[in-house]
Design a protein around this ligand. Structure first.
Ligand code: CMC
Length: 431
């Protein structure tokens, strides 16, 4: 909503342009520059989008200075302690907390779509055994548009809904199958009598020779990891999903694009990179060496699992994740694991170092989620697939919101061109 009492004036070469200002329900005002190019023949320049809002949204709000994360107005702390993942999925998708009946129906719908088309097994088998599970997930989710072609027409609200449920329901099955494939174990089919998190744990850890009894504390911790990763407004992978979707691409293609983007170590890949870093550090006595490298301007090394683009005081997800980590480590009796010792010591030393305090760098959600997943027995290569699984609901909620916006436009950023201006072609014999 443009606030009629406020506008910004931009003066270029003596000529002034009035730019409307939009008042959000929370967060800083937003200057509307949509007409600027048409009126003033200039672009704005903002690589990394640090000052640019690319859309309006009602789903998630973050105040990075205060460490606030709200989904549809509810704080992540409340959701992580009082709610559970599928209820949060409902909230993100439909905007309100469900009534008991609506929740029951939603959970039953998701539960009844967890199986994959049997032919997709052949698709998995086409991958090399040593393929990274994220590579498999990107390929398999993209391939869903071939296997579930009846839910790719984005102009049909019913098909959009079916694609939504299929994605949320099948993602744990896909992630677990990607894992089983890479370790050479048979796929474990989903079981409809288990809740979402327990089902995922069982699909990962059961084998035909021996069933897996899910510990409720681990299942709760898994569910909490899903909940804490469910959505995070317009981050790189979500913006990728929105950009892909702006061309009218089908939902499976858009989510595959989001998974591909999430894989990078500066984003969802940080949880794997963090654990690998802890392993490389190896023993607490080597921590000062790595802290010194992270502070060295001439060394590209960064402390993985530290820092955040938006959170500049603390990451509210990390606070909850840290509690969960303590619970899980105690349950599993692994708090003397050498990697975890390094993690605890690194956290302590980095937090008391002025470099990290001055730059507002502190452990983010990926620092603690990696520790829990390691303790649960997941290999590091599964950390980012688990993040992708959990973030699917955020991507799809943002995708749904965008598709139903009547003002939807294809995303098309401009550039500051610094290359050659037009020049004459030189024949090869004259070069
Ligand atoms: N270790 C050491 N120095 C760092 C770190 C770090 N982890 N992160 C930022 N800095 C320094 C950086 O060198 C820069 O210093 P200077 O101002 O002297 O040039 C300053 O802090 C600001 O860094 P930036 O790169 O401008 O900040 P950004 O907002 O663009 O980057 C980030 C945010 C998350 C990419 C970055 O902090 C980072 O690379 N962290 C490690 C990777 C990581 O843990 N990512 C997971 C983020 S949480 C999960 C998710 O949402 O995906």
């Amino acid at each position: 909503m443009a606030d009629s009492t406020k506008s910004a004036t931009l003066t270029i070469g003596g000529k002034s342009y009035e730019l409307p200002i939009h008042a959000p329900t929370a967060g800083p005002d937003v200057i509307d520059i949509r007409k600027l190019y048409g009126q003033a023949d200039v672009f704005t320049y903002d690589p990394g989008f640090t000052s640019t809002a690319a859309c309006d949204s009602t789903i998630t709000f973050i105040d990075g200075e205060e460490g606030v994360l709200l989904h549809r107005g509810y704080s992540i702390g409340d959701l992580a302690s009082k709610s559970h993942y599928l209820e949060v999925c409902y909230l993100l998708l439909y905007g309100e907390l469900p009534s008991p009946k609506k929740l029951e129906d939603f959970e039953s719908l998701v539960t009844n779509h967890t199986m994959l088309h049997e032919q997709m097994i052949n698709f998995f088998r086409g991958f090399r055994r040593d393929a990274h599970p994220m590579a498999i997930m990107t390929g398999v989710v993209g391939a869903m548009s071939a296997f579930y072609h009846d839910s790719t027409d984005i102009s049909d609200p019913h098909q959009r809904e079916v694609a939504t449920i299929r994605l949320i329901a099948k993602m744990p099955t896909i992630a677990a199958m990607a894992y089983k494939y890479t370790i050479g174990q048979p796929f474990v089919y989903p079981r409809n009598d288990l809740d979402y998190a327990s089902n995922f744990l069982r699909m990962c850890f059961a084998v035909p020779a021996e069933d897996y009894v899910v510990d409720p504390i681990l299942s709760r911790a898994m569910d909490r990891i899903f909940t804490l990763h469910a959505d995070h407004e317009q981050n790189a992978s979500t913006s990728t999903v929105r950009l892909a979707s702006s061309s009218g691409a089908n939902p499976f293609a858009c989510i595959a694009a989001g998974i591909a983007c999430l894989w990078g170590p500066a984003h969802g890949g940080a949880n794997q990179a963090c654990l690998e870093m802890l392993k490389e550090i190896g023993t607490p006595d080597r921590i000062p060496e790595f802290i010194a490298r992270a502070k060295d301007k001439n060394d590209p090394f960064r402390l993985m699992g530290f820092g955040h683009r938006v959170y500049k005081n603390f990451d509210p997800r990390a606070t909850v994740m840290k509690e969960s980590a303590d619970e899980v480590l105690e349950l599993l009796g692994v708090d003397n694991n050498p990697i975890l010792q390094v993690a605890k010591e690194l956290e302590k030393e980095a937090l008391s170092d002025p470099y990290f305090a001055d730059k507002k760098l502190f452990p983010n959600v990926d620092f603690y989620s990696g520790i829990i997943l390691e303790a649960m027995g997941f290999p590091t290569s599964m950390f980012t697939p688990i993040f992708a699984l959990a973030r699917t609901v955020g991507w799809i909620s943002q995708w749904k919101e965008q598709i139903s916006d009547p003002q939807l436009k294809i995303g098309r950023p401009r550039q500051l061109y610094l290359g050659e201006t037009q020049r004459d072609y030189v024949d090869i014999e004259n070069r």
